[in-house]
Structures are given as structure tokens and as C-alpha cells.
Design a protein around this ligand. Structure first.
Ligand SMILES: C[S@@+](CC[C@H](N)C(=O)[O-])C[C@H]1O[C@@H](n2cnc3c(N)ncnc32)[C@H](O)[C@@H]1O
Length: 266
């Protein structure tokens, strides 16, 4: 199983939707709606419960065929439950590492959100090669970029962030993870394959209204850096207590990058 629960994905979705760069989405939706005779096929990798579907549909993507790909059947079932009536949704329970088997035939768009920082550089190369073979547009939203900035500050913030960013490279089942290098690695791979790449900042800007998400984020960071990074339990406990005590009053910026890439001739 992936370890991504419906409740965690639901908790982060409002922040994700607020963070997505609207200009890239609007450009993408215009492209998808450009030919009124053909229902564009969108293949969403690591689709979870359908966050990309919701984001693009809310911005005007209509009459699309959504192929949602994930290895977690519970998340796919939830996506179908939410969207199977109103949208054309095809669910594919598959492992992204088997790139040749991904259902990309006829796809106008290969999309993903909050995914590419989890995968390896080799997997990016394989996915880009398959997308290029059939001139598929690529949209990868919400790739973590290594920035996490807290207000108010705590003396351990820099050390915790350094450890967290190193932990982001840990293999989560999709090879040595790109973590904060995801967007630049994708840009290089896509440009080498002839794509024109647009990138925009899409940070989470979290305040007191997102206290529940901020609290989960703090607990997740603490768990990620507990072992192997030389931070003492006492120091981390102090950091966590301080951070949680400000989760309802402080602010947090988590940097992400959205990427939209056009193959030659599209
Ligand atoms: C951070 S979640 C993002 C979900 C969704 N795109 C969103 O923005 O809410 C990453 C997704 O990748 C899926 N995933 C992780 N490893 C996978 C694999 N090896 N094959 C297919 N899907 C995988 C997880 O099940 C999860 O749904």
C-alpha cells in the first residue's frame, strides 16, 4: 500500500488547489478544450482520489476521459465513488515503475500532482521518453522544491529542514527519490527530449486557518527526521512542541513548483 490515506489527501487538497499556478492550468485547459470534436484523454499518474481531475474540472476542463493510475485500490475506489457518475473515469491499478504498461495510448495529456518528488531520475527519463514518443503534453504540479519557512522562527528550523530535505531523497518505492530536485531534473529531461518547459512557483502559504494541516505537517517532518540525521530526541521534542504551539497563529511557506511542457509541434 502507498501510505497515502484518503484523510491526508483530503487535508492537503485545499492548500494544493490554492497553490496550483492558475495561469498554467488555464493555458492547459484552453489546449484541452481546443478541439470540440474530440474528448481529450488525460492520464493522471499517482492519481490518489482524483485531485488533478477536480482542479482541472473546476477550471473548465470538460468532456475529458480521465485515466486514473494508482497502485492503491482504496484511493482509486474513492476517486470512482466521487467522480464515476459525472465524469468519464477509467481506473487503472498499476505500478508506475512498469512504464511500458502505462495506459498512455492516445493521451493528449500526461498529468500528475505531488508525485514527481517521490520518483527517481531514471523513472523520469522513462516517462518522458514514452510521453515524447506520442507527443503527449506533460503537466506536473506541486513538486516540493526544498523550501520550508516558518514564522515565528525556532533555532532548530535550519537543521530540521536540512535533515528533512535529505530524507526527501529516501526511496519510497519508486527508486531513489528526487525530492527537491524533481522539477529541475524533469526540466532537463523534457528539454533534452525537445519539449518547451514552463515552470511556476506554487507554494503552500499556510496560516492559522490551516492549523490541522500544519499540525500534521509538523508531525510528519518530526517523524521523517527522527532517525539517522543526528538530531537529539530532546531537541526535536522541543522543536515539535514549539511548532505545534504556533500552528494556530504562525505561518508556514512550503515551496512547490508546477511544470507544463509542450512537445514539438503541439
Ligand atoms: C502524494 S500522493 C498524490 C495523490 C494525488 N495526485 C493528489 O495530488 O492528491 C502520491 C500518490 O502516488 C501513488 N503511488 C505511490 N507509489 C506508487 C506506485 N509505485 N505506483 C502507482 N502509484 C503510486 C500513491 O498511492 C498516491 O496516490
Amino acid at each position: 500500500m502507498s501510505g497515502f490515506s484518503v484523510s491526508w489527501l483530503d487535508l492537503r487538497e485545499p492548500a494544493d488547489h490554492a497553490a496550483r499556478d492558475p495561469e498554467l492550468v488555464s493555458t492547459l485547459v484552453s489546449y484541452l478544450q481546443g478541439d470540440t470534436d474530440i474528448a481529450p484523454i488525460i492520464v493522471d499518474l499517482g492519481a490518489g482520489t482524483g485531485s488533478t481531475l477536480r482542479a482541472l474540472t473546476a477550471m473548465g476542463a470538460q468532456r475529458c476521459v480521465w485515466r486514473l493510475v494508482d497502485h492503491d485500490p482504496a484511493l482509486l475506489n474513492e476517486a470512482l465513488r466521487r467522480h464515476g457518475q459525472a465524469e468519464i473515469v477509467e481506473d487503472y491499478q498499476a505500478d508506475l515503475r512498469d512504464v511500458a504498461a502505462l495506459p498512455l495510448g492516445g493521451a493528449a495529456l500526461l498529468s500528475a500532482s505531488a508525485l514527481f518528488d517521490l520518483i527517481s531520475a531514471d523513472l523520469v527519463d522513462s516517462l518522458v521518453a514514452r510521453a515524447r514518443q506520442q507527443s503527449t503534453v506533460v503537466y506536473a504540479a506541486l513538486n516540493y522544491d526544498g523550501r520550508t519557512h516558518w514564522t515565528p522562527a525556532h533555532p532548530l528550523d535550519a537543521a530540521v529542514l536540512d535533515a528533512f530535505n535529505r530524507d526527501q531523497h529516501r526511496d519510497k518505492g519508486l527508486g531513489p527519490a528526487l525530492g527537491p530536485d524533481a522539477s529541475m531534473t524533469m526540466k532537463a529531461a523534457l528539454e533534452k527530449a525537445g519539449y518547451t518547459v514552463l515552470m511556476r512557483d506554487s507554494p503552500w502559504q499556510l496560516g492559522p486557518e490551516q492549523q490541522a494541516l500544519v499540525s500534521e505537517l509538523i508531525r510528519g517532518i518530526r517523524a521523517a527526521v527522527t532517525h539517522g540525521y543526528g538530531l537529539s530526541d530532546a531537541a526535536l521534542a522541543d522543536w515539535q512542541t514549539f511548532r505545534l504551539s504556533h500552528a494556530g497563529s504562525g505561518h508556514c511557506l512550503v515551496g512547490h513548483i508546477d511544470l507544463l511542457a509542450w512537445p514539438p509541434g503541439v
